[in-house]
Design a protein around this ligand. Structure first.
Ligand code: ADP
Ligand code: MG
Length: 364
């Protein structure tokens, strides 16, 4: 268990910048998930923490000790990869103990640590099997066991569940949460799947284009995103975005016109709106859009289709500007109207400027 600090870390491969000025402080015992689209630099950052990749600039500290020059084997980190990377000719027990054997640990100690890890992971009955005789989920548990026996200060997981089918992934997530609780270890977990991030993390680092977009608790990212990227990335179905023109700015409220390309205006409470901003994107989640009753403040929407999932229905439609809108309706059945109007709940509206930055009320 250890705290981890990443200080002004950047990384380039040749002339190509991959990570820019990463600053993160991860607490001892925390479960932190790095999430972002493929290619945004998650694995590179993880590999730098464990020492498989060198920093172009910046520093990494584990428990207050600078590790930039420390050998990967001596950093107290253990990594679990998507490809389980097990030795096919060794048994489960041999695979789990191999790193310790290479480090010259006595046989009896290795045996005990392997037995302990096997108990934690419910692998006791499989210790004499070879990887070829295991399911995908069992193989991944062996790979995690190989990390546990090393008693690392920091566990690093790089998309460990991506090769498993959907049902097994859900089960393995629950096992990882339980494992974290029992070991109390610092864990860093990389995934491109925001649902996985929301499920597992104490805190999430949202990355895009080699930059940390936001670092926070799952629900804080959901409710209070710093920018349009985070707003659109976290949440399923995704947040709706509607372009609008700022037509009136008062000290306590604003009026937006041409909402979603319609002729409708939207009056919103907003304290201290920046005078210069004339074009905004309204971000609003499906649960804050409801089917309207045709009044003048509502936005006309042409319905494309409805997803009736049983407990909830998502109605997919288009604004006059052609942008997509998803409406969450708790009514079990949708009547199937082609055209409707929708009302936006002002409390659920987030505003973003043309550069995707969140516009926040002053004093809120
Ligand atoms: P992620 O894990 O988020 O999908 P990566 O960290 O693997 O992203 O990669 C980030 C970027 O760095 C990608 O554009 C990738 O092509 C590039 N990259 C990764 N490793 C190397 C390397 N050894 N040499 C050159 N480019 C690399
Ligand atoms: Mg990766």
């Amino acid at each position: 268990m250890a705290e981890l600090e990443i200080k002004s870390v950047s990384k380039s491969f040749g002339a190509v910048g991959v990570l820019q000025n990463i600053n993160l402080q991860i607490k001892s015992g925390e479960f932190v998930v790095f999430v972002g689209p493929s290619g945004c630099g998650k694995s590179t950052l993880l590999r730098m923490i464990t020492g498989l990749e060198t920093e172009s600039s910046g520093e990494i500290f584990i428990d207050g000790k600078r590790v930039n020059e420390v050998d990967p084997a001596k950093r107290g980190t253990a990594m679990v990869f998507q490809s389980y990377a097990l030795y096919p000719h060794m048994t489960v027990a041999e695979n789990m103990g191999f790193g310790l054997k290479m480090a010259g640990e006595p046989k009896a100690e290795i045996k005990e640590k392997v037995a302990q890890a096997a108990a934690i992971l419910r692998l006791e009955r499989l210790l004499e099997r070879r990887p070829g005789q295991l399911s995908g989920g069992q193989k991944q548990r062996v790979a995690i066991g190989r990390a546990i026996v090393r008693q690392p200060k920091v566990f690093l997981f790089d998309e460990p569940l991506s090769n498993l089918d959907a049902e097994l992934r859900v089960q393995m997530r629950a096992e990882l949460i339980d494992l974290h609780r029992r070991l109390g270890a610092t864990m860093i977990y990389v995934t491109h799947d925001q649902v996985e991030a929301m499920t597992l993390a104490d805190r999430i680092v949202v990355m895009s284009g080699g930059v940390v977009q936001q670092f926070g608790k799952p629900l804080d990212l959901y409710d209070d995103p710093d920018n349009r990227f985070v707003a659109g990335f976290i949440g399923s179905p995704k947040m709706n975005f509607l372009d609008a023109v700022v037509s009136e700015v008062g000290s306590e409220q604003i009026v937006l016109s041409k909402v979603g390309g319609s002729d409708r205006n939207l009056r919103l409470p907003f304290r201290g709106f920046p005078q210069k901003v004339r074009q905004v994107a309204i971000g609003i989640r499906p649960e804050h859009v409801r089917l309207g009753s045709g009044t003048a403040e509502e936005l006309p929407v042409t319905v494309s289709f409805a997803e009736e999932l049983g407990d909830v229905t998502y109605i997919h439609g288009k604004t006059p500007a052609g942008g997509s809108v998803i409406i969450r309706s708790d009514k079990a059945r949708f009547s199937g109207k082609d055209d409707c109007t929708v009302a936006l709940d002002p409390a659920g509206v987030k505003l973003f400027d043309a550069d995707g930055r969140r516009l926040r009320e002053i004093g809120v």
